[in-house]
Design a protein around this ligand. Structure first.
Ligand SMILES: *[C@@H]1O[C@H](CO)[C@@H](O)[C@H](O)[C@H]1NC(C)=O
Ligand SMILES: *[C@@H]1O[C@H](CO)[C@@H](O)[C@H](O)[C@H]1NC(C)=O
Ligand SMILES: [Ca+2]
Length: 230
C-alpha cells in the first residue's frame, strides 16, 4: 500500500511537471536568454498550424558573437532547413533557407550589442523570399517553390541538421531573442513596419509570442525584456 502511494505520488508529480512544460505562455514583455555557448540548450516551439504555402517569420535578437549562428530554425522530417534564418559570418550575410533553397543577403549593418529586428517573407508559388532588417527591405530573390509539408518543429538557440537535433556548437546562438511570430501568409510592408516599431500588429497565427506553446531544454531563461530604471 505504501509502495503504491509512493508510485502514485511520483506519477502525479510527473503529470504536474508535464503539464507545466506543455503550458501555453504569454511571453509579451519577455525575452529568452541564452547565456552560454552549448550544443544542447534551446527552446522548442510547437506551431499552432502545420503545412505552409506562404510564410512570414519575425524575431528580434541581441548578441555579440562573431561567428555563424542560427536566429530561427524550423525543420520538418523531410527537410532540416525547411525555414531557417542564418547569419553567415565569413561573408557577412543573412541567409534565409527554405527547404533546399537559400538566398544570400549581404550589406547589412549587423552590429553587435544591440537589438535587431528581422522579418522574412516567402511565397511557394513565386518561390520568392524577402527580408526586412531593422525596417529596411531587401531585394526579392528566388529560393524555391512548393509548400512546406510535414510536422514542423521550430527551435531557437540551435541550428537543426536533423529534425529536432543535429546541433553544432559553432552555429549556436548566445544572447537574447524575443517577439518571435510566424504567420502562414505574407504581412504587408505596413504591418512589417508596425512589428519593427513595436507598435500594434496582428500576432502570428502559427507562432504567437503572446500564446506560445514551447519547451525549454538546458540553460535558457525567460526574463523581462524591459530593463529601464524607475
Ligand atoms: C568549433 O570551433 C572551434 C574554433 O574554431 C574549433 O576548434 C572546434 O573544433 C569547432 N567544433 C566543432 C564541433 O565543429
Ligand atoms: C495570440 O495570443 C493572444 C493572447 O492569448 C490572443 O489574444 C490572440 O488572439 C492570438 N492571436 C492569434 C492570431 O492567434
Ligand atoms: Ca548546421
Amino acid at each position: 500500500m505504501f509502495y503504491f502511494l509512493q508510485q502514485m505520488k511520483l506519477f502525479l508529480l510527473l503529470v504536474v511537471m508535464g503539464t507545466v512544460s506543455a503550458e501555453i505562455q504569454d511571453l509579451s514583455g519577455k525575452m529568452l536568454t541564452f547565456p552560454q555557448q552549448t550544443k544542447t540548450a534551446h527552446a522548442k516551439l510547437r506551431p499552432i498550424k502545420q503545412g505552409y504555402n506562404t510564410v512570414t517569420v519575425c524575431h528580434r535578437s541581441f548578441t555579440d558573437i562573431k561567428r555563424d549562428h542560427a536566429l530561427f530554425s524550423l525543420s520538418t522530417p523531410s527537410s532540416p532547413n525547411s525555414f531557417l534564418i542564418f547569419w553567415q559570418n565569413t561573408n557577412g550575410q543573412i541567409q534565409p533557407h527554405v527547404r533546399e533553397g537559400k538566398a544570400d543577403y549581404g550589406g547589412w549593418d549587423y552590429k553587435p550589442n544591440m537589438w535587431h529586428s528581422v522579418c522574412t517573407t516567402w511565397d511557394s508559388v513565386t518561390g520568392l523570399v524577402q527580408i526586412w532588417f531593422d525596417g529596411l527591405p531587401s531585394i526579392r530573390k528566388y529560393v524555391t517553390t512548393g509548400s512546406i509539408t510535414g510536422l514542423a518543429v521550430a527551435i531557437l538557440g540551435q541550428e537543426q541538421d536533423s529534425h529536432g537535433g543535429g546541433f553544432d556548437i559553432n552555429q549556436s546562438f548566445v544572447g537574447m531573442i524575443t517577439d518571435v511570430h510566424m504567420w502562414d501568409y505574407t504581412l504587408s510592408p505596413c504591418e512589417i513596419q508596425h512589428y519593427m516599431g513595436e507598435l500594434s500588429f496582428t500576432p502570428g497565427n502559427v507562432l504567437n509570442w503572446s500564446a506560445l506553446d514551447f519547451e525549454i531544454i538546458g540553460n535558457v531563461l525567460t526574463e523581462n525584456k524591459i530593463t529601464v530604471c524607475h
